[in-house]
Ligand binder design. Structure first.
Ligand SMILES: [Cu+2]
Length: 71
């Protein structure tokens, strides 16, 4: 099974709670199997079984209260 990983830069995160909020929202996107997110660097990597729309990730991060930009 092939996977697709896309990376984003997130602004506004400050702690583990922020990371958890983003994980919760992004995991709701169909096909997402792994999320690597760091409040320290702002990096968000989303791995999925199928290509994920950037807009879906941006919307999920927005739902959590932060802003993501494809990097
Ligand atoms: Cu926080």
């Amino acid at each position: 099974m092939s996977t697709n990983t896309t990376e984003y830069q997130v602004t506004g995160m400050s702690c583990g709670h922020c990371e958890a909020a983003i994980r919760t929202e992004v995991f709701e996107i169909p096909g997402v199997t792994d999320i690597d997110v760091s409040a320290a660097t702002g990096r968000l990597a989303v791995t999925a079984t199928q290509p994920v729309e950037d807009a879906a990730v941006v919307a999920a991060v927005d739902e959590a209260g932060y802003t993501a930009v494809r990097s």
